[in-house]
Design a protein around this ligand. Structure first.
Ligand code: 5GP
Length: 192
């Protein structure tokens, strides 16, 4: 039977992860897109059960205690994020393709937990911090303090990208090219 494969998508804020995930939903309709849990508040137009289960800290802690997470981490501003063990492990055992966006900590933990031939990390990068900053601010206004935090994360993430299996450049105005590149990487990996 085919072995399932988990594709982990990561990259700095503003790099285009959301765009890629939307694209992959269309291109890989047979894939599983497991929900994660988070304690952050939903943004406008975000619904519980689309990408996340929104939990209180107490509910999140209960699930940690119950061993429901494959990994969990504190990401921005004290918020908890965790991938759920069951949907991911069950899909992999069924030989399915699984696609999930996580942060660097998630990649590191999952790489240690699952067989290396079943996990592929794809890092989405951008030409420079200036370029990303411009994209982030175009999307919405955010306080200077948060922008400074994102810049720090960007620097750490760029360092981490060296450890990822693939690094794909997302240049502004070239969405089709960069989505296509990710699709090709995935098809090659699925074929083995
Ligand atoms: P956002 O709140 O913008 O949706 O996500 C914030 C960060 O949390 C992103 O870097 C995203 O990749 C990461 N993230 C989302 N889900 C998970 C998860 O289940 N585990 C980990 N470790 N990080 C996650």
């Amino acid at each position: 039977m085919n072995k399932g494969k988990l594709f982990l998508i990561l990259g700095p804020s503003g790099s285009g992860k959301g765009t890629v995930i939307k694209f992959l939903h269309k291109e890989f309709p047979q894939a599983v897109f497991p929900l994660s849990c988070t304690t952050r508040t939903p943004r406008p137009r975000e619904h519980d059960g689309d990408v996340y289960n929104f939990l209180t800290k107490e509910e999140f802690q209960k699930r940690i205690d119950a061993g429901e997470f494959l990994e969990w981490a504190v990401v921005h501003h004290d918020n908890f994020y965790g991938t759920l063990k069951r949907p991911i492990l069950d899909a992999l055992a069924d030989g399915k393709i699984v696609i999930r966006e996580v942060d660097m900590q998630g990649v590191e933990s999952i790489k240690k937990l699952l067989p290396s031939d079943q996990v592929v990390s794809i890092f989405i990068t951008a030409p420079s911090w200036e370029n990303l900053r411009h994209r982030i601010l175009k999307r919405s206004k955010i306080p200077d303090e948060e922008l400074a935090q994102r810049q720090k994360s960007f620097e750490r993430e760029m360092e981490f990208s060296k450890k990822c299996d693939f690094v794909v450049m997302s240049e502004e105005g070239k969405i089709a090219e960069f989505c296509g590149e990710i699709k090709k990487i995935m098809l090659d990996e699925i074929k083995g």
